[in-house]
Design a protein around this ligand. Structure first.
Ligand SMILES: Nc1nc2c(ncn2[C@@H]2O[C@H](COP(=O)(O)OP(=O)(O)O)[C@@H](O)[C@H]2O)c(=O)[nH]1
Ligand SMILES: [Mg+2]
Length: 262
């Protein structure tokens, strides 16, 4: 195994964190989060020591998909089963995810350089806690409709990167991709947007270059995790008919995290 300190760029500053960069990937189901993670593993696993943590409600479907994609050793991919409220596990009570990441780092003797965390993807407004990930990507896709980007929400507006995925599908679903990217950009001030497709090499290179930039910042000790903000108030009425809409920590002041009155 090559010594990462000699093969991966300049000696880290004394302020640099010793642990891996934690990169979160969130967004609605089906937008291509697992595919994006598989893509990053395929592109980077020869150059970087990688690990993956997936979140699913009841299964380890995403972890199994990634293992079968053969992009990373199966043991480097760990699944967290979140139970009924997957956004809670990345935002309010991050214990299970934090433990999965720490175990992975220990199992690889703290050589990992980047751990990718996939959210359960149950809610358009779910975001990661900055206590869990250093940087986060929110994934939309053109098949979800051109107006999704205009609807806003913490992830769309303030995630570190917004990916508008599957741009190759634009013509088939009647979505004007440049317009969708422009709308997303307008919602985000200076924050970056990448229109991505696995069939568009240039877009993949733009994604890789963004990731490399964050990794360099992390190593230099200059990456400050930014909180996109709490998710919108919502209810689990379809699962729990008697429950009232509720919000999560941050909007509840001092209420203990992870407490759902359901
Ligand atoms: N056409 C197209 N399909 C894609 C692309 N990326 C992912 N998909 C497909 O979108 C579907 C959902 O992807 P997945 O990664 O499982 O989404 P997740 O639920 O967000 O993890 C799968 O059928 C993928 O093959 C892309 O760039 N172009
Ligand atoms: Mg997935």
């Amino acid at each position: 195994m090559p010594d990462p300190s000699t093969t991966h760029g300049p000696t880290p500053s004394p302020l640099a964190p010793a642990r891996a960069l934690r990169l979160g990937v969130c967004g609605p189901v089906g937008t291509g989060k697992s595919s994006l993670i598989a893509l990053l593993c395929r592109e980077l696993s020869e150059r970087l020591e990688l690990g993956v943590v997936t979140n699913d409600i009841y299964t380890d479907e995403d972890a199994r998909f990634l293992r079968s994609a053969g992009v990373l050793d199966a043991d480097r991919i760990r699944a967290v089963e979140t139970g009924a409220c997957p956004h809670t596990a990345i935002r309010d009570d991050i214990t299970a995810n934090a433990m999965a990441i720490e175990e992975l780092e220990e199992d690889y003797e703290h050589r990992l350089e980047m751990v990718l965390v996939e959210s359960g993807g149950d809610n358009l407004t779910a975001t990661f806690s900055p206590a869990l990930v250093d940087v986060q990507v929110f994934v939309l896709d053109v098949a979800g409709g051109g107006d999704v980007a205009r609807k806003g929400g913490p992830g769309i507006e303030r995630a570190d990167l917004l990916v508008v995925n599957k741009t190759d599908l634009g013509p088939f679903v009647g979505v004007d991709v440049p317009q969708m990217v422009a709308d997303a950009t307008a919602a985000r001030g200076d924050r970056p947007v990448i229109g991505l497709s696995r069939t568009d090499r240039d877009s993949i290179d733009r994604l890789l270059s963004w990731v490399a930039g964050r990794l360099a910042e992390h190593r230099a000790g200059n990456l400050v995790p930014i909180d996109p903000g709490p998710m919108a108030a919502h209810s689990h009425a379809h699962e729990h008919p008697h429950e009232h809409p509720h919000a999560h920590a941050d909007t509840h002041g001092g209420e203990p995290v992870g407490v759902h009155h359901n």
